[in-house]
Write a protein that binds this ligand. Structure first.
Ligand code: KIV
Ligand code: ZN
Length: 386
């Protein structure tokens, strides 16, 4: 096994889909699951079967429809949840139960009204019970971001001994700084005696805008599974966005980390998920936002037209976009204007560019953006565009 292969665990259909307004039908979930398979994710978290009959059925149908990735179902640490997950995964070719319990003192006291000892026992029992149904059991230590590291290490060691194959260290509330989260993963690597028997997984939320940074810090410190969603959708401020992590590891390939992601499918899947979930992507979102490859200031437009890499560290084609875009605004210079006139078929040697540019600026001051239709009007070839 390549020690720097990073497994991508997609939870768009579980942590992402539980966002109000983002619910999908089973048929829609199957479409997304098949696209995730084509994208090359390693694990699809297909749902939380006990939560509703619809979620149960979706896990059943996704298990039938998808063959390459592992299909994972979420449970709490109790037998009813685990029974439901095992039943829903019946048809999966490769299956995983994802069970777990709170690990922070906050959760132990105020969510479970319990003690560290009792929670540890319940964690171990849940893993042992899950192993009766499947060989692949992932354990999540909820709110690990705020948990005491020594207790967390004790819990992780015990669940691995009980049969967990993957141990998920969620920063459930998006609390950690990258240094803290990275140090937590390193602490587990150094203090859990049987850690070589399991893969550490990172699952970060974005409450402070640090989900991606924390995920990468986790990888640098030994995690080899990353849990993410398309467009970073998820509870509150969302989860780590898959496209960001995939493109960070690809852009910094010199670090040696690899994934199975076919990045050329990213843009299309981002649109599909956004449209199906009626969840618009913010325009300046890294990688998939409308402006991620759009250049609008004159200095940047001139630079990018001279050499794309002057202002682009990513190739738009790598995420499946045909090209970048040069947006014409009142901040654009002659170079950008010429570029668009040529694209529209005008012969620059026949044009007095100073004159056209002066008229362009007058028009641009009255508009947010100059369209092709506006340019045709400017050149006297289009109907007036108000
Ligand atoms: O954020 C979280 O802790 C979770 C777990 C259920 C894995 O989503
Ligand atoms: Zn989560």
């Amino acid at each position: 096994m390549d020690k720097n292969r990073v497994y991508v665990f997609d939870t768009t259909l579980r942590d992402g889909e539980q966002v109000p307004g983002c619910q999908l039908t089973t048929v829609e979930k199957i479409i997304v699951a098949k696209e995730l398979e084509a994208l090359g994710v390693d694990v699809i978290e297909a749902g939380f079967p006990i939560s509703s009959p619809g979620d149960f059925q979706s896990v059943v149908e996704i298990s039938k429809a998808v063959s390459e990735p592992v299909i994972c179902a979420l449970t709490r640490a109790n037998t009813a949840d685990i029974d439901a997950a095992a039943a829903a995964l019946k048809y999966a070719k490769r299956k995983r139960i994802h069970t777990g319990i709170g690990a922070s003192d906050m959760h132990i006291k105020y969510k479970f009204n319990s003690t560290r000892e009792n929670i540890l026992e319940r964690a171990v029992e849940a893993v042992k019970y899950s192993r009766k149904f499947v060989d692949d059991v992932e354990f999540y230590a909820e709110d690990a971001g705020r948990a005491d590291n020594a207790y967390l290490a004790q819990m992780i060691e015990a669940v691995i001994a009980a049969g967990a194959t993957v141990v998920n260290i969620p920063d459930t509330n998006g609390y950690c700084l990258p240094e803290q989260y990275g140090a937590k993963i390193k602490y587990l690597m150094d203090h859990v005696s049987n850690i070589d028997k399991a893969i550490i997984s990172v699952h970060c939320h974005n409450d402070l805008g640090l989900a991606t940074a924390n995920t990468i810090a986790g990888v640098f410190n030994g995690a080899r599974q990353v849990e993410c969603t398309i467009n970073g959708i998820g509870e509150r401020a969302g989860n780590t966005s898959l496209e960001e992590v995939a493109m960070i590891l690809k852009t910094h390939h010199a670090l040696g980390y690899t994934t199975g992601i076919n990045s050329k499918r990213i843009y299309e899947l981002s649109n599909l998920v956004s449209n199906m979930m009626r969840m618009p992507v913010q325009p300046n979102k890294a990688i998939v936002g409308r402006n991620a490859f759009a250049h609008s200031s004159g200095i940047h437009q001139d630079g990018v037209l001279k050499h794309r890499e002057n202002y682009e560290i990513l190739d738009p084609e790598d995420i499946g976009l045909q090209s970048n875009s040069i947006i014409l605004t009142a901040r654009s210079g002659r170079h950008a204007l010429k570029h668009h006139l040529e694209r529209l078929g005008y012969k620059l040697e026949k044009i007095n560019i100073d004159d056209v540019y002066a008229r362009f600026l007058e028009m641009a001051d009255t508009r947010k953006e100059i369209t092709d239709h506006d340019l045709l009007t400017l050149m006297g070839d289009g109907a007036d565009s108000n």
